[in-house]
Write a protein that binds this ligand. Sequence first.
Ligand code: PMV
Length: 319
Amino acid sequence: MGRRSPRRLLSLVKSSAPGKIILFGEHAVVYHRPALAVPVTQVQVDVEVLDSDSAGVHIHAPMVNLNGELNTLPADHAIGSVILKVFSALGISTSPNLNINITSTIPVAAGLGSGAAVSVALIRALSSFLSKPFTDEQVNDMVFEIEKLHHGTPSGIDNTVITFSKPVFFIKGQPIETFKVGKPFTIVIGDTGVPAPTKESVGDVRALWQKDQDTIEKIFDQIAAVSLSARQAIENGNPESLGGLMNQNHALLGQLTVSSPELDSLVEAARNAGALGAKLSGGGRGGNMIALVTKETAESVSAALLSAGAKRTIVTKVS
Ligand code: PMV
């Protein structure tokens, strides 16, 4: 028998995280009103961490044009700071030699939670690779801290839905609650293609609130009532009634000035093509909208959105 040449086995750990979409309650959720969000599993981030023969932590993340070593990144780099946070939480002072590959099919800065998904998958893969996997609660807390660095005053809904990968009924500062889907339903997500930093729209809503708290609080209360009715409809297996609630929620978000001509025209195109209702989703001003459809109308609504200027559509079943 010939001698095998000594060959070091590479260790490899992989982790994935889905995208997310907010169904109801965005913006008001920053002010402790309830919101509903669900994972979007048609898109995801994949992270692999493996041993490297060369010194340092080499990161390859083509979706953000990153191919470099950790120490060469600016201190506030989104991915670099996640890695350093994991090292510090694990008490690692000398970086191990690693290759980290990150790929994603979640559109960046489009309200689908791409940043939080990268953080969740990266923290899980890295902590498992280093033989100290964090619990879901620890991952969720860490990602929330990272979201705060990049988004100012996030509610925490993105990190929660993505970490637990379940439909979430979310109230800021309260224990995580998931909800049951009594009867599956389908939504079409339409992307305006307009990049819209959530931090800006959240800041603008805050400015409105500071100017006229009574009026804005009333709008938040109306949004809260819509979110509560939506949860009931979903749990009671009556998703058809979500259409009207989406339309109400969209109008209330318009009053908060976070819609845009592009969002309004996609919402209208979806309704005209037979959607049961439609609304913007997430921070607004750009990014995504959602439309409630049936099996029969999913394709025509999706086509109508594309011809009304949507950059892409995703059809997703909530179940
Ligand atoms: O733009 P997105 O999908 O990340 O959602 C932002 C949702 C807001 O309610 C506007 C802000 C937040 O932190 O909840």
